[in-house]
Design a protein. Sequence first.
Length: 271
Amino acid sequence: MNHSDAAMPEKHEADLLMAMTGGMMRSVDRIAAAVAGLSPEMRLAVSGLCKRFEIQGLSEVRILAVLCELMDFKRTREAVARTPKERAADLLAVATASRSLFDAIARLSMRDSFNLHVGAIDIAKTWPEGAPEKVIPTPTAAQLETVGVVAQVLAGCMDSAAAPGGSRPTREVHAANIAQIWRAFRDSGVKPRRGSGGFEGFCNEVFALAGVPSAARGAIKLFNEKFLPAMRQKSAVGDAFEAAIDTSMRELMGKIEAEERRKNPDAKRPS
């Protein structure tokens, strides 16, 4: 694919973020199930921790989501986390496959292209209600081209200066979770500073509950260096992504509350 490695056009980035939003929303059920599977002792520990730091409502749901993500990563994904070079290779494979499929669709006659689209929709109608595929439009050639462009640009942005093979990005994953914890704190004015108490102390306790063997110090440092500046930079795309995260968290909160009502139908509701 002969595309410039210049900065990613905002429209391409926005298109990709909109696609990612669908994935985030589909992850809500997975996280809600994980939260429902937490032991009463674990839920009590999280509730007590949040209460000490005056975190409640949607912010506490964010912490529960972070805890479940950390536990899932530790249990199933940490050993196979991709290195920067492996991630770049995966992205280039996506770019190549997207271009091949783009070319194949472009060669179809108008009638065959239309029939392909309609046929895919008809098949999706027979699938169970709530299946993620029901809300995914059949990709057009233009959408596939966009994915290919973005994948190639992202592959080119990987840190080629890393040691051969690169290190498993455990700290990067943990820093992304620190970002979600900070979202729970930022309206309170708490700064994401390192130090034995405050924000770092809270993160250390969440890491400990999740069974993460290291403290949060290194992940907070990486968050402040690489994640926080991007989160503070205002843009239409960034705002849309933040709004998508908030929407997914609110949906998660609704599912958690519904599950708690199912388990305790006679419990008193907050006024």
